[in-house]
Design a protein around this ligand. Structure first.
Ligand code: SF4
Length: 394
């Protein structure tokens, strides 16, 4: 089967043909991920396998430069046939309608990919969002505070009424199509600290199945602004988190926060209960329903392969890193690297699509040296050194 069998092409086939194409594409992706695990265990640095996961830094929020549809299309042709997860950072936030449309048209060509977007909905073109929602993606709605004020920086832009309307529409489409996954990401700051329950109420209103609260160490000036000392802040958080958890449990919403210091006072059981999935696992394009590929799936159980991938991601445990065996990153200029943690603040580039094809970079000298440095536990990048000591997951 051709690699670029598109969603539209598959839809025009009869049921048997369409299923045959989908299962062939599914096998290709699963076998590729298995091969990268084998190549990692054999300590190969030149790979036959291609990336299974892809991170695209599609725009720069400071300079407003963005990845062109032509470059997106070139990347898609190179890596989407084997990829099952594609993170599209800053899309479609900094895109005009015409360019966003061209990129969505390209996305539609690739079935069996879980597209992931984290957005503050600064692009408020409803038609664009409706089309994205119909691709069954994973969409994180990123909010800092709930307010009707405008903010110049899109990254900090608040969830204003048009953005809420988009959120509601995405939720409706995902309900109608019974596919896709929507979640809310809240960064805590002095304003959002007082709005946690409103975020949860928003999730209840729009039937958003998951709320993630991200802590940030608050500086002394923040505490002064809040007129609180550290102890009073902790008491406030414990009280607010407890109320949020009660509401989430009542409405079947998964609630996650990342400040471990608060768990004993909130109650371990209560925190665990809030982390449980209360809804059916989201129906996203990958993995393919096992009933559709039963013969292949019985020999290549996805849950087992995925478990091995997650296990190999424990960099601090194994003192070597699997990431550049199955993950590729691209920035908006076409710089290419091998790990999503090496996109910010600057991209650890191992080659550019301006000079070489992706295949040449993926098995080029720089990429192979990078893999070798992570096999021998001797990386140069400080971010990798941190992982070797601390990282226990993807
Ligand atoms: S930053 Fe961490 S996860 Fe990424 S390649 Fe380096 S060691 Fe691996």
């Amino acid at each position: 089967m051709g690699n670029s069998q598109s969603r539209q092409q598959i839809e025009t086939l009869n049921e048997d043909e369409s299923l045959a194409h989908l299962t062939a594409l599914y096998s290709q992706k699963v076998l590729n991920q298995e091969l990268s695990l084998i190549e990692f265990s054999r300590k190969k640095t030149q790979l036959e396998s291609m990336p299974s996961k892809v991170s695209l830094k599609m725009a720069n929020f400071t300079t407003w430069e963005s990845m062109s549809p032509t470059l997106f299309s070139e990347i898609a042709k190179s890596v989407f046939p084997t990829a099952y997860f594609v993170d599209m950072q800053a899309f479609p936030d900094l895109y005009e309608e015409n360019q966003a449309q061209q990129i969505i048209d390209e996305m539609k060509k690739y079935p069996l990919i879980n597209f992931h977007l984290l957005s503050s909905f600064s692009n408020q073109n409803l038609s664009i969002w409706e089309q994205i929602a119909r691709l069954s993606p994973m969409i994180g709605c990123y909010v800092q505070e709930l307010s009707d004020q405008n903010n110049v920086n899109p990254r900090d832009r608040i969830l204003n009424p048009p953005a809420k309307h988009i959120l509601k529409r995405i939720s409706q489409i995902m309900k109608e199509t019974e596919s896709g996954f929507l979640y809310l990401v809240v960064n805590l700051n002095p304003t959002s600290l007082y709005q946690m329950q409103e975020f949860v109420e928003l999730a209840v209103e729009f039937q958003i199945p998951e709320v993630q609260l991200k802590s940030m160490p608050l500086q002394t000036n923040h505490l002064n602004e809040l007129k609180m000392n550290q102890e009073e802040l902790s008491e406030h958080l414990i009280e607010e988190y407890s109320k949020c958890i009660d509401t989430c449990i009542k409405h079947g919403i998964r609630f996650i926060f990342d400040d471990k210091s608060l768990i004993p006072q909130i109650g371990h059981d209560k925190v665990i209960s809030a982390r449980d999935y209360h809804y059916n696992y989201p129906k996203i394009p990958f993995p393919l329903d096992e009933s559709l590929s039963s013969e292949f799936s019985s020999k290549h159980k996805w849950s087992s392969i995925d478990g091995r991938v997650l296990d190999k991601s424990k960099v601090a445990l194994y003192k070597k890193c699997f990431k550049p065996y199955h993950h590729a990153i691209f920035d908006y200029h076409g710089e290419v690297g091998g790990c999503n943690f090496l996109l910010e603040p600057e991209t650890h580039s191992l080659g550019s699509l301006k000079d070489k094809s992706f295949g040449e970079i993926w098995n080029g000298t720089k990429m192979q040296e990078f893999r070798q440095s992570l096999l021998s536990g001797n990386p140069l990048d400080d971010r990798c050194k941190w992982c070797l000591k601390n990282r226990m997951g993807e």
